[in-house]
Design a protein around this ligand. Sequence first.
Ligand code: HEC
Length: 219
Amino acid sequence: MNKIKNILIACLVMTVALVSCDSGNIRRTPGHIYAPDMTYSRAYDAYTSNPNFADSMTSRLPVTGAIARGHMLPDHLREGDTTAYKTFTTTARFSADELNEGRRLFNIYCGICHGTNLDGQGPLFASGKFASMPANFKDAKYLHMPVGQMFAAAKYGKNMMGSYAAQLDAKQRWMVIAYIKQFQSKNGGDAFTFGEATAKPDSAKAAPMMAKVEEKKTK
Ligand code: HEC
């Protein structure tokens, strides 16, 4: 009885070993497909040929004028590149709400030194606790200061003034600078150009192009 049992166990072990060592016949396809849509994608996979486009490529370049997420506003000025600071121009525009937010942030982060009247007489300086005179934004020296230079000051700091890059992200810094420029325009500065755009942004042009792609796909 014991002998038969041993033979049976040996047979079982051998069968299992043979089945698991069947390396000459590797299966590349799943046995049962429970969710065919997941196994065989209905969408075109990247790098596969695509009959919807003349160049047959599924991976497309971004639509002209597309802007990467979080990169809506310029933030490329390099520290110390004063020529770039001064020649920098931007088409960035801000809504009334954004300008209000700029004022709120200015009063929190900058007002302590530059003063909520932007005259450089913030409480920290006026009380004598901070020795270096903060910029008086009503002064002729600052009234026409290029926005790139102002943005760089907020991002990298300037002499005794520290960087505010850790407290304010790029959009917040731009909102603060736009607010300063708006304030200056009412106090002898240049005409205010940061107000909300009336012309349609480039993204409006992208919409019809996307519609065309959709149309092709459904054909
Ligand atoms: C701790 C005080 C302090 C705070 C807070 C402060 N600043 Fe200043 N800021 C200064 C001083 C001092 C100067 C003058 C630096 C110099 O020219 O030597 C200055 C200069 C500037 C200038 C002129 C830069 C230039 O190139 O001459 C700008 C623009 C500016 N600050 C913007 C800001 C903004 C925006 C904030 C808030 C995010 C801010 N500052 C917060 C102290 C401060």
